[in-house]
Design a protein around this ligand. Structure first.
Ligand code: GRF
Length: 202
């Protein structure tokens, strides 16, 4: 499956996917472009180092969300992408993206708890004892689509948002490439809000 990976920042999840692909010649997802809304995203450097084409679609160059989304979709299509993989992409896309592509996202909490851009901070402030990682399909609502995989992480005494997020990211870096593999193999079947994992073909 030819995928466009969308980033806004560090791109450590992008790196995890690139590393998995480099380690396994049979990895079924091929990143054909990395697109960022942020020209300074380190994810662009990671993509270039792996010889993956990059594009910047700056938020400020587009008068509204639907034109911004159209530019992202146009870029992904031009590179032949069949699906979008969001990896720390901090902009909300309009419904056109969901109509044009299957899209998956990784989120640093157990959804539906703590949607939005500050999940580790909000989980700590709320006093939860467990939080974690969610990988989900993207639908028209933010951090809402059918859940593909979740993994819980215990909050520890003395955690700061940074320390907690580092443990969350360690899980993301293992889980997200695995989910992208199953996604690219067509093994994720969506039935309403439920995602059924089909067994790999042997
Ligand atoms: C990750 O924690 C992800 O869950 C959230 O944004 C962060 C991106 O990190 N959506 P990175 O850019 O992949 O390092």
């Amino acid at each position: 499956m030819r995928i466009a990976i969308l980033v806004s920042g560090s791109g450590s999840n992008l790196q995890a996917i690139l590393d998995e692909r480099a380690a396994d010649p049979a990895y079924p997802a091929e990143p054909v472009v990395v697109i960022s809304d942020n020209p300074d995203a380190y994810g662009l450097v990671r993509a270039a180092a792996a010889d993956v084409p990059t594009e910047v679609v700056a938020w400020s160059d587009h008068p509204d969300r639907s034109l911004f989304t159209a530019a992202i979709c146009e870029s992904a299509k031009r590179h032949g992408a069949e699906a979008l993989v969001l990896a720390g992409f901090m902009r909300i896309l309009s419904a056109q993206a969901v109509a044009d592509f299957p899209i998956i996202n990784v989120h640093p909490s157990i959804l539906p708890a703590f949607p939005g851009a500050h999940a580790p901070e909000e989980a700590l402030a709320f006093g939860v004892k467990m939080t974690g990682v969610t990988v989900h399909f993207v639908d028209e609502k933010v951090d809402h689509g059918p859940i593909i995989a979740q993994e819980a992480i215990a909050v520890e005494a003395g955690d700061t948002p940074e320390r907690l997020h580092a443990r969350i990211q360690a899980v993301e870096h293992r889980l997200y490439p695995e989910v992208v593999r199953a996604f690219a193999e067509g093994r994720l079947v969506v039935e309403g809000r439920h995602v059924i994992w089909k067994e790999p073909e042997s």
